[in-house]
Design a protein around this ligand. Structure first.
Ligand SMILES: C[S@@+](CC[C@H](N)C(=O)[O-])C[C@H]1O[C@@H](n2cnc3c(N)ncnc32)[C@H](O)[C@@H]1O
Length: 293
């Protein structure tokens, strides 16, 4: 019933190319083959490849199956319309981020995850499970919880329950530099219940932001430009102390404190901030020359 549920919720069309990750002995594969134009299965265990090929051998749909032998995290994924995956939970996070970055865009991915991981993907501000994974995933995709799968559906039963989720990429993708975004979100969720000021104004974080500024300037070719011909954000940093004097460290601290004193950011905490709050904060910092990567 669960296999059937996964296949149904993937809403496969007869014209679809389906990518299956980890076909194992082919429980899902045989059902996918009945519905899709083609199924490409990525499997790293040669014994499983033999099993799945044996299982479909002689059937009318055998010619629709292509198997790629390899680790899904390492192989270049082929074009697909829909992805279906039931893979070990220790690769959930890297697999998800590989799929969030994958292009060209696909219609959806239907994936079974450990329950807590699945719940984190769609957790909202204020929820206990709201975390960096929630914010990053929701920036790039819409996640729907589809099916609860109790541990007793498996033999032997694992220690945790599972859930099947549907992931649909945001199209068009948000106009955000993801490395910058993740740099900020990572810092804030280190201590998600502290105020932004408490997290970002520690000596270690300010030093990191100062280093980022130096790297950013070097990459922009503005290392020696002072307040003169540099980029607008570098100039914002250079102008921060008003006098043109002071060290980079002092300037960074002045700017970070100024941004965080604005009414929209004052006393905010990551645990209660939504996507728009993070976007506004990143944009305010970047406009003032503060970078998170
Ligand atoms: C839990 S079984 C799922 C079997 C089948 N999909 C099902 O639902 O009955 C996971 C399968 O994923 C394969 N697998 C695990 N890690 C993988 C990886 N990194 N790349 C490709 N296949 C992987 C395993 O060899 C195994 O066949």
């Amino acid at each position: 019933m669960i296999v059937q549920g996964i296949v149904d919720r993937a809403a496969i069309k007869a014209s679809d190319v389906v990518l299956e990750i980890g076909p194992g002995t082919g429980n899902l594969t045989v059902q996918l083959l009945e519905r899709a134009k083609k199924v490409i299965a990525v499997e790293y265990d040669k014994r499983m490849i033999r099993e799945v090929l044996k299982r479909v051998e002689g059937s009318t749909s055998a010619s629709k199956l292509q198997v790629i032998h390899g680790d899904v995290l390492k192989v270049a994924l082929p074009f697909f319309d829909v992805l279906v995956a039931n893979v070990p939970y220790n690769i959930s996070s890297p697999l998800l981020f590989k799929l969030l970055a994958h292009r060209p865009m696909y219609r959806c991915a239907v994936i079974m995850f450990q329950e807590e991981f699945a719940m984190r993907l769609s957790a909202r501000p204020g929820d206990d499970l709201y975390c960096r994974l929630s914010v990053n995933t929701q920036l790039l995709a819409k996640v729907d919880q589809l099916i609860k799968v109790g541990r007793n559906n498996f033999r032997p039963p694992p220690k945790v329950d599972s859930r099947v989720v549907r992931v649909e990429l945001r199209n068009p993708p948000p106009p955000v530099n993801f490395t910058e975004w993740d740099g900020l979100v990572r810092l804030l969720f280190n201590r998600k219940n502290k105020t932004l000021h408490a997290v970002l104004c520690t000596k270690a974080t300010l030093r990191l932001l100062e280093d980022n500024l130096k790297t950013y300037r070097a990459m922009q070719g503005t290392e020696d430009s002072g307040g003169g011909g540099g980029s607008s954000s570098a100039m914002a940093v250079d102008a921060a102390d008003g006098s043109g004097g002071g060290s980079d460290g002092e300037r960074v601290k002045t700017i970070v404190e100024e941004v965080l004193s604005r009414p929209e950011f004052k006393d905010k905490r990551a645990s209660k901030m939504d996507q728009d709050d993070f976007l506004a904060l990143l944009s305010a910092f970047n406009a003032s020359g503060i970078h998170f990567s």
